[in-house]
Design a protein around this ligand. Structure first.
Ligand code: GLC
Length: 497
C-alpha cells in the first residue's frame, strides 16, 4: 500500500482527536503514546491513514487549534520523539499519517505575538464590523489601544499573510514535518489567511455573520489570493517522494468555489461538507452526491466524504439513531473517493448532550452558546467502569461501557465489526472506492446506486420495507434484512449481482 503516489484518492482516513483518543500515561488526556498503543486496533479496523488533530505546543484555548510552537509536541501529548516513534510504527503497519496545519492564526502565546511583532499579525487603529466565528467581534484591543484581528477566539490572532516572513515560516514548517515523514496535511481554515484589501466592512445583515458563511462571500474568507499560497506549497509537497498530499478544510459558497482549491498546482483534495450536512433522506443524499461528483469531475480528483468530525454533532445523533448512522456509513463507504472517519464513530458513539456547562471547554460555548464538546468525549476502550480512562478530561457517560471497543469486539453485529467488514470489502472490491456511479430507478425514499457493473448499493430512508428485484448475494447490510429479502427502513445494503 505505501509507495502508491495516488493512495489518497480512495483512502479511508481515520481522524484522531488526540486529547480524547487514548491515554497511555493515565493523566486523563489522550496522548501520542496512546495512539501508538492503538495502531493494531486501527490496522485491524482497516484504515489506510490517520489524521491527527493538533498535538503541537498549545495553551489549548481552542483544543490545540491555537498553536504556540508549530514544530514541537505539547508535553500533554508527549514529545517529538514520541511522534517519530508513532510515525515509524504506523508506517511499519501500512498506515499513513496526516497532520493538521493551522496557518490562519497562531496562539497568542506564540513567540511572535508575545514579542509584539505586529507586522506578522493584523493590527489596526480602529476595528471594522467583522465578527468572530465563535461569536462576538473579531477584534480585541491590546494594551496600547490598537486592535488585532481574530476570526476565532481572542487567543487566536490571525496571521498576516501579506508578510513574506509569515509565508517563509510556513514553507519551513511544511518541510519540517515532511522531513519527519508525514504523508500529508489537513489544512485548517484553508479559505482564510488572505483578507480583502483595506479590510472592508461586511455591511448590514440580518443575523450573525457566521450564519452567512457557506452562502455568501465575506471579505475575510475565500479571497483569490489564498490560491497563491497553495501554488507556493504544492511544489514543496511534490518534491518529496511517496505521494505527500494536502486536504483543505474550506467552507465556501459553492462547489465551483471549492473546486478552485484542488488541482495539480494547488491542494489534492477539499472536504465536501455537503454530505455531512445532508438530511437522512434519499433525495437530499442524492442531491449532494450528484453535486460532489460533478465537482470532482471539474477538478479531476475524487471527492472526500465525511459524516462526523470534531466540529459537528456525531452522526448517530444528527441522523436520529444508530440504525440510520450505520446505513449512512455504508452509503458513504460505497461512494467513489476517500472517506474520513472520526474516532469513535466505528463504535456508534452518539453525541453527548448533557455535559454540565462548567465542564465544557469549547471557546464557542462561552461566546456563542454552541458547544462542540459533546463529540469530543473520550473514546471508551474497555467494558470496565471508567472505560479504560482514569479521570478523563470530559466525563464518559456510564452507558458507554456497553459501547466500548472491548464490548463490541466479539459481537458479529456490532458497529465496530460492521466498519471492519465494510473496510475489508472496500479493499476486496476496489470499485467501491473508485469507479462510476449509476443511479437506478428506485421507489420513493430509496436510493439505488450501481457501482461498477454488478455492485449495487441500496439505502431505504422511507418508513416501509422495500422489496427490490435484485437477485444476488448480500455482501453487507447495515442491519438485519427481512426473511423475504426486503430492505427495512433506515437500512443500507451492498449487493453483488
Ligand atoms: C477549524 C477546526 C476547528 C477550529 C477552527 C479554528 O474549523 O476544525 O476545530 O476551532 O478551525 O482553528
Amino acid at each position: 500500500m505505501l509507495g502508491n503516489d495516488d493512495w489518497w484518492r480512495d483512502a479511508v482516513v481515520y481522524q484522531v482527536y488526540p486529547r480524547s483518543f487514548a491515554d497511555a500515561n493515565g493523566d486523563g488526556m489522550g496522548d501520542l503514546e496512546g495512539v501508538r498503543d492503538r495502531l493494531d486496533y486501527l490496522a485491524g479496523l482497516g484504515v489506510d491513514a490517520i489524521w491527527l488533530s493538533p498535538f503541537y505546543t498549545s495553551p489549548m484555548a481552542d483544543g490545540g487549534y491555537d498553536v504556540a510552537d508549530y514544530r514541537d509536541v505539547d508535553p500533554m501529548f508527549g514529545t517529538i520523539a514520541d511522534f517519530d516513534a508513532l510515525i515509524a510504527d504506523a508506517h511499519a503497519k501500512g498506515i499513513r499519517v496526516i497532520v493538521d496545519l493551522v496557518p490562519n492564526h497562531s496562539s497568542d502565546q506564540h513567540p511572535w505575538f508575545k514579542a509584539g511583532l505586529r507586522d506578522r499579525y493584523i493590527f489596526r487603529d480602529e476595528p471594522n464590523d467583522w465578527e468572530s466565528i465563535f461569536g462576538g467581534p473579531a477584534w480585541t484591543q491590546s494594551a496600547d489601544g490598537q486592535w488585532y484581528l481574530h476570526l476565532f477566539a481572542p487567543e487566536q490572532p490571525d496571521l498576516n499573510w501579506d508578510n513574506p516572513e509569515v509565508r517563509a515560516e510556513f514553507r519551513d514548517i511544511l518541510r519540517f514535518w515532511l522531513d519527519r515523514g508525514v504523508d500529508g496535511f489537513r489544512v485548517d481554515v484553508a479559505h482564510g489567511m488572505i483578507k480583502a484589501a483595506g479590510l472592508p466592512d461586511v455591511g448590514p445583515k440580518d443575523g450573525p455573520q457566521a450564519e452567512m458563511l457557506g452562502d455568501e462571500q465575506v471579505p475575510y474568507f475565500d479571497q483569490d489570493g489564498v490560491h497563491d499560497i497553495y501554488r507556493e506549497w504544492r511544489p514543496i509537497l511534490d518534491s518529496y517522494p511517496g505521494g505527500r498530499m494536502a486536504v483543505a478544510e474550506a467552507w465556501v459558497s459553492s462547489p465551483e468555489r471549492l473546486a478552485r482549491y484542488v488541482g495539480p498546482d494547488e491542494l489534492h483534495q477539499a472536504f465536501s461538507f455537503d454530505f455531512m450536512m445532508a438530511d437522512f433522506h434519499a433525495k437530499s443524499f442524492r442531491t449532494v452526491i450528484e453535486k460532489a461528483l460533478k465537482e470532482s469531475e471539474l477538478v479531476g480528483a475524487p471527492t472526500t466524504w465525511v459524516l462526523s468530525n470534531h466540529d459537528k454533532p456525531r452522526h448517530v445523533t444528527r441522523h436520529g439513531g444508530l440504525a440510520r448512522a450505520r446505513a449512512a456509513t455504508l452509503l458513504m463507504l460505497a461512494l467513489p473517493g476517500s472517506a474520513y472517519l472520526y474516532n469513535g464513530e466505528e463504535l456508534g458513539l452518539p453525541e453527548v448532550l448533557d455535559l454540565p456547562d462548567e465542564l465544557r471547554q469549547d471557546p464557542a460555548f462561552l461566546r456563542r452558546g454552541e458547544s462542540r464538546d459533546g463529540c469530543r468525549v473520550p473514546i471508551p476502550w474497555t467494558a470496565a467502569p471508567g472505560c479504560g480512562w482514569r479521570d478523563p478530561w470530559l466525563p464518559i457517560p456510564e452507558g458507554w461501557a456497553a459501547l466500548s471497543a472491548e464490548a463490541q469486539e466479539d459481537d458479529p453485529d456490532s458497529t465496530l465489526n460492521l466498519y471492519r467488514a465494510a473496510l475489508r470489502l472496500r479493499k476486496e472490491h476496489p470499485a467501491l472506492g473508485g469507479g462510476t456511479v449509476t443511479w437506478l430507478d428506485s421507489p420513493k425514499d430509496v436510493l439505488v446506486i450501481e457501482r461498477d457493473p454488478g455492485l449495487v448499493v441500496v439505502l431505504n430512508t422511507g418508513e416501509e420495507p422495500v422489496r427490490l428485484d435484485l437477485a444476488g448475494e448480500v455482501l453487507l447490510s447495515s442491519g438485519p434484512l427481512a426473511t423475504d429479502g426486503s430492505v427495512p427502513p433506515d437500512t443500507a445494503v451492498w449487493f453483488q449481482r
